[in-house]
Write a protein that binds this ligand. Structure first.
Ligand SMILES: *[C@@H]1O[C@H](CO)[C@@H](O)[C@H](O)[C@H]1NC(C)=O
Ligand SMILES: *[C@@H]1O[C@H](CO)[C@@H](O)[C@H](O)[C@H]1NC(C)=O
Ligand SMILES: *[C@@H]1O[C@H](CO)[C@@H](O)[C@H](O)[C@H]1NC(C)=O
Ligand SMILES: *[C@@H]1O[C@H](CO)[C@@H](O)[C@H](O)[C@H]1NC(C)=O
Ligand SMILES: *[C@@H]1O[C@H](CO)[C@@H](O)[C@H](O)[C@H]1NC(C)=O
Ligand SMILES: *[C@@H]1O[C@H](CO)[C@@H](O)[C@H](O)[C@H]1NC(C)=O
Ligand SMILES: *[C@@H]1O[C@H](CO)[C@@H](O)[C@H](O)[C@H]1NC(C)=O
Length: 698
């Protein structure tokens, strides 16, 4: 198994480069670690020593560690544990980034950064980070904490607040306490700050704010299907009053989903524990951000991100491989697979507006991870991506043979095949070749049930430069598409024809429409008198009555059934995969048809002669063969070709059977409507071309 990361190819120089940035709510440090796999250690520097920022400790302390795409990074919340806070507007980060090289030697980079808050804090801020939930509340100043009590007390649905208040008032402790509403929505757990810390919660009082932090999945979290909720209330006694702060939080924890093309993420617009009185709720803005910045609508569009609302649900989607994310590749037994990961920031700012028009504003942020599972050659891209590697630096690719198509690398590139060299950090390299499914050298085989198999044999010619030694490597790759059904066909009847409409399938050239054993082409249509129209969407075939290919059955004086069948076959194997037979009723005015079982049927009009003959007086050449049916003006005869005096004539490749309709009164009926004493009901002829019966009326 060979793993490498696409974008890394561009920047595997100089491992160790460090970047830092003050972002609006956190400090960011990133280090280029290349692919050697050495992950740096981050340390927070405090007055009397250092604290190692470990995964285990990070979520409680407001740090997020990441190692992706050759970059190791740390995000540190402005309220992270070891950060110096100057009146909630300046934050000083002192960190060490320690990298151990392959000899075990440590390289330490120390950095100090002074970040100034660029955007003022909202009254309440909820951050749903990758590894923790952080809630920050204004505890004094412009927002009176008692207002928070007002908000929740006025809300009849909130069961926790009155109970919490009663509990807080009973409690004589002047120390800060935190109270959690339990899963049963009835009982409360109250504890001191130090007890809460022991349980993994963090509660901090900054100059102007109260900050509460919890990892996901803690004892007191209540998880709905996709939302994790913490009902927490902080209270303390101040002189004679009890101050209560609602540090409840809710975060959508449902992961993104992937439908093969697009990644989706959904979140409730407002989460009920945070806002229950919708009459006072005003949504101020909903935005998406990538990396450090919120994006305007135009930028969002160019990146292919979609942000939409559907009632009380907000949905965000992005296509696989959209900019701002990482495509990750994996090659397994020469099968190339990719996954995609992107981090977006979703922010909803909303307010609770009071009757006096003052408001409490909440900034609710989610860090959203879009992640697709590993997929083989992405079906919608319809391209084989084949990796071959890895080779020492003195091996070059000279040529490739795609099935029987031999191409030097230069020719292949000229013919727009994608061939690229992938260097690895250890000095070796590999090659990627892309071959579109529809390429002429790709074999297509329909396996049935809508399953289409594409395959290509690749024979690489490689050369060891120094020794001028050529060698070969052979792989065969296969991909399946499972919606390659034969085309949809609809058919309908008109007074004089049958019309078939054949929708072009997605995979061009796979299927062939046939009449009998012959492929339907414009030549065939012209020859047979069919009317064929073809556009980019569908093909329309109109087969006029009595053209070749019809079967006529159930003939009466009134009507008969005309049937026509078209077939859909595999254009390579000629195997038939679909038959569409349309039966239509047509009026039998006058007709002469022969069927393959040696029967001839004639419907003729007797009123075209002068004087008209009574239909019941007619017979065939054999005077004992009388009509099967008659009405006032017409007769119907049906007889075998070796009966009723039928005459036989041999043509070149066909036989003509001939009979006549004669009137008892000596008047002879002629289909061509002449009056004569001679038999002028000329003949009915049959000739056979392979399986198909061709009927000619002379
Ligand atoms: C070099 O790196 C590539 C890609 O990571 C790997 O597949 C290969 O085995 C490595 N070769 C050596 C000799 O370490
Ligand atoms: C500290 O911040 C608060 C609120 O932003 C402000 O009112 C106060 O003046 C600041 N104090 C100092 C010393 O800067
Ligand atoms: C940090 O920056 C602010 C404003 O830019 C400045 O007032 C403050 O003194 C700085 N603090 C330190 C420790 O450098
Ligand atoms: C929470 O716990 C469940 C099972 O106890 C686990 O499947 C899930 O991954 C955990 N979530 C997080 C964010 O740790
Ligand atoms: C690959 O091509 C070379 C040269 O044309 C040939 O000798 C070799 O047999 C081929 N390998 C396979 C497996 O077809
Ligand atoms: C390598 O060998 C080929 C034939 O096998 C020959 O045509 C070519 O000139 C040689 N190249 C070098 C650099 O020796
Ligand atoms: C009809 O049009 C399609 C697409 O334009 C083409 O692939 C197909 O060969 C055409 N068929 C005929 C019978 O002309």
């Amino acid at each position: 198994i060979i793993v490498w990361l696409h974008q890394a190819v561009l920047n595997f120089n100089a491992p160790g480069a460090i970047e830092t940035e003050c972002r609006d709510r956190y400090f960011w440090v990133s280090m280029d670690v290349g692919f050697a796999g050495h992950v740096p250690r981050f340390e927070a520097v405090v007055e009397n020593g250092v604290h190692i920022i470990s995964e285990a400790h990070a979520s409680m302390c407001g740090y997020t560690l990441n190692n992706l795409n050759g970059q190791a990074s740390l995000r540190a919340s402005y309220f992270s544990c070891y950060t110096e806070n100057k009146n909630d507007s300046n934050f000083i980060f002192k960190l060490n980034v320690v990298l151990t090289d392959h000899t075990g030697r440590e390289n330490k980079h120390s950095l100090t950064e002074n970040c100034t808050l660029p955007v003022d804090w909202s009254s309440k801020e909820i951050l749903c980070e990758e590894n923790y939930i952080e809630v920050g509340l204004c505890k004094a100043g412009n927002v009176n904490p008692v207002r928070y009590a007002d908000v929740v007390l006025s809300d009849k649905h909130n069961t926790s607040w009155p109970a919490a208040l009663a509990f807080a008032q009973r409690s004589a402790i002047s120390e800060w306490q935190i109270m959690f509403l339990n899963q049963d929505f009835q009982s409360l757990d109250a504890m001191s700050i130090s007890d809460a810390r022991r349980m993994g919660y963090m509660l901090d009082s900054t100059p102007n704010r109260v900050v509460f932090r919890s990892a996901y999945n803690q004892t007191h979290s209540i998880d709905g299907i996709a939302v994790e909720v913490i009902h927490a209330t902080v209270f303390f006694r101040r002189k004679w009053a009890v101050v209560m702060l609602d540090t409840s939080a809710a975060c959508t924890i449902a992961p993104s989903s992937f439908d093969g093309v697009i990644l989706h993420w959904r979140t409730p617009k407002v989460m009920t524990p945070l806002m229950q009185d919708f009459s006072r709720f005003v949504s101020r803005s909903i935005e998406l951000g990538a990396h450090a910045q919120l994006l305007d609508e135009a930028t969002r569009k160019t990146m292919g991100y979609v942000l939409g609302e559907d009632g009380q649900v907000v949905h965000v989607s992005m296509p696989f491989g959209a900019p701002g994310g990482y495509r990750m590749s994996l090659v397994e037994n020469n099968v190339y697979k990719e996954s995609y990961k992107a981090f977006l920031c979703y922010e909803h700012i909303y307010s609770h507006v009071f009757t006096d028009d003052t408001e409490i504003q909440t900034r609710h942020r989610h860090r959203v991870i879009f992640f697709s599972p590993l997929t083989e050659t992405l079906p919608h891209e319809e391209v084989f991506t084949v990796y071959l590697g890895s080779f020492a630096s003195d091996v070059e690719l000279i040529a490739i043979k795609l099935n029987e198509n031999y191409l030097s690398v230069t020719d292949a590139i000229q013919q727009h095949y994608f061939i690229t060299k992938i260097p690895h950090t250890n000095g070796t390299h590999g090659f990627i070749i892309k071959v579109p499914f529809e390429d002429k050298s790709v074999n297509k085989v329909y396996l049935g049930e809508g399953l289409l198999q594409y395959s290509v044999e690749i024979n690489y010619t490689l050369n060891i430069i120094k020794q001028n030694d050529t060698f070969f490597h052979h792989v065969s790759v296969v991909a399946h598409v499972n919606d390659a059904f034969p085309p949809d066909v609809s058919a309908f009847c008109t007074a004089q024809s049958i019309i078939f409409r054949i929708n072009h399938p997605k995979q061009a050239g796979l299927w062939e429409v046939c009449v009998g054993h012959q492929a339907l082409t414009s030549d065939l249509s012209r020859q047979e008198g069919y009317i064929l129209k073809n556009d980019s969407q569908s093909m329309t075939l109109e087969v006029p009555l009595f053209t070749s290919g019809y079967i006529h059955e159930d003939i009466t004086l009134r009507n008969f059934v005309g049937s026509f069948e078209i077939l859909i076959r595999d254009s390579k194997t000629l195997e038939i995969h679909k038959r569409i037979t349309k039966h239509c009723y047509f009026q039998s005015e006058e007709l002469t048809v022969c069927s393959t079982d040696g029967m001839m049927t004639v419907v003729a009009t007797t009123t075209k002669t002068w004087p008209a003959v009574p239909p019941s007086s007619t017979t065939l050449l054999d005077r004992s063969c009388r009509p099967k049916a008659t009405d006032e003006t017409r007769v119907l005869f049906s007889f075998g070709v070796d009966t009723c005096g039928t005459r036989l004539m041999f043509g070149e490749g066909y036989i003509v059977y001939e009979n006549e309709v004669i009137s008892d009164g000596g008047v002879i009926i002629d289909q061509e409507s002449a009056i004569t004493r001679e038999s002028k009901f000329r003949y009915l002829s049959i000739y056979e071309t392979d399986k198909y019966v061709k009927i000619e009326l002379g």
